[in-house]
Design a binder for this molecule. Structure first.
Ligand code: G1P
Length: 291
């Protein structure tokens, strides 16, 4: 057993407007768009639960109430299904004990760093995780579980990273990598959305974090950075040197569901793997590709 404080809380920034998916996201939060038959947010919540997270903190905004509805008990639905003898186990992952899902509102879209800071009172004085639901991570164990295991060894702050083609780095937070050992790489520096020729590597932050609570203090005074937003990456960069900082290369697959093509890729990949439909989807895909 490790003597480190366990990671019990996770923050999900879900206040974004989802403009890239309009008109689909006009009335529906983008985090509720389904990949096959599970909404994006459910994949992230399931990943957090698997990693031992007990309390989920959603940083939401106006028009995002349906996200909370999704994790509530739908009494009419359940009683009707029950009367008809239907299997309710499909709803199991949507269940929460009251108090284990908490929301806080980000009133104005000032950036990812600001969204995380909005959760400071609920996070309190303990290390916590962050999951960006746009990044769909598929692995066994899941990405956050792999990070929790690494955290038990090295403590401090951890981010998940993966390599992308160099010309894509400007869309992401990028690490300046130090020494590596297995899946762990020391982080010497971090820069948000650098121009390609200024990027310190092609290893990008892929949307999973384990951070010490001090980051909230840093965010408090964080000035705006890339895109005129308060950037989490800048606050993390300011902590390097004071606390251990490592990157974990995720052993698994990542789908960028913040983009339409990534979303289609995730849908196809996961549908092809399903026992109940994989063979049919393969036949359909082959037929479409032959046209
Ligand atoms: C955010 C982070 C960035 C990270 C990315 C992963 O950027 O700021 O460091 O690499 O998520 O998806 P955003 O996609 O919100 O612009």
């Amino acid at each position: 057993m490790s003597s480190r404080k366990p990671i019990r809380k996770a923050v999900f920034p879900v206040a974004g407007l989802g403009t890239r998916f309009l008109p689909a996201t006009k009335a529906i939060p983008k985090e509720l768009l389904p990949v096959v038959d599970r909404p994006l947010i459910q994949y992230a919540v399931d990943e957090a639960r698997e990693a031992g997270i007990e309390q989920m903190i959603f940083v939401t905004g106006r028009g995002k109430t349906a996200l909370v509805e999704h994790f509530d008990i739908a009494y009419e639905l359940e009683s009707t299904m029950g009367e008809r003898g239907k299997d309710l186990s499909v709803l199991e992952p949507t269940r929460f004990t009251p108090g284990d899902l908490i929301t806080v509102r980000q009133q104005v879209p000032l950036g990812l760093g600001h969204a995380i800071w909005c959760a400071r009172a609920i996070v309190g004085d303990e290390p916590f995780a962050i999951l960006l639901p746009d990044e769909l991570m598929v692995g066994e164990p899941g990405c956050l579980a792999q990070m929790v295991e690494a955290y038990e060894q090295v403590g401090g702050n951890l981010i998940s990273v993966l390599e992308v083609p160099r010309e894509e780095v400007s869309s992401y937070g990028v690490i300046d990598p130090g020494a590596s050992q297995g899946a762990l790489t020391e982080v010497r520096g971090l820069v948000e959305k650098p121009p390609v020729d200024k990027a310190p590597s092609n290893k990008i932050i892929s949307g999973r974090y384990i951070l010490q609570p001090e980051v909230m203090r840093t965010l408090e005074n964080q000035e705006t950075g890339a895109g005129g937003e308060i950037q989490l990456t800048d606050a993390m960069a300011a902590m390097i040197g004071d606390q251990p900082f490592h990157a974990v290369t995720f052993a698994g697959r990542r789908f960028d569901c913040g983009s339409k093509t990534g979303f289609v890729e995730a849908t196809l990949a996961l549908a092809l793997e399903r026992d109940d439909m994989g063979a049919d989807v393969r036949r359909i895909a082959e037929r479409l590709l032959a046209q």
